[in-house]
Write a new protein. Sequence first.
Length: 102
Amino acid sequence: MSFKYTLNFSVIFALLVPFYSVDASEMTKKKVQKDDVSINYHFMDKDSIQKEEEISELVSKAFEIYTELFGGLPRDLSGDEYSEIDIHVKQGKYLGAKPILN
C-alpha cells in the first residue's frame, strides 16, 4: 500500500526540474496556497504553461497523499514544515528532479 503512494508521489517529482535559464517572456509564475504551505509554480516554457491545470491538479493530489501518508506536510532537515515550496516545470525529453536545499 505505501509503495503505491510513494510511486504516485514520485510521479509528480518526475515533472519537476531544476531552474534553467529561459527567456523571461516564456516563464509564467503562479502562487497557490495549499493547507499551510505556499506553492510557487514556475512554468519555464510554452508547453508547460499549456499543461498548467493538469500539473496543478497532480501537485494538489500529491500533497493530499503525502499528508495522509506521512501525517503532515514536507519537512526540512530540522523537522519544521516548509512554509513555501518552489516548483520549476519544463517540458523535456529527459525528465528529472533536483531538490534545492537552502
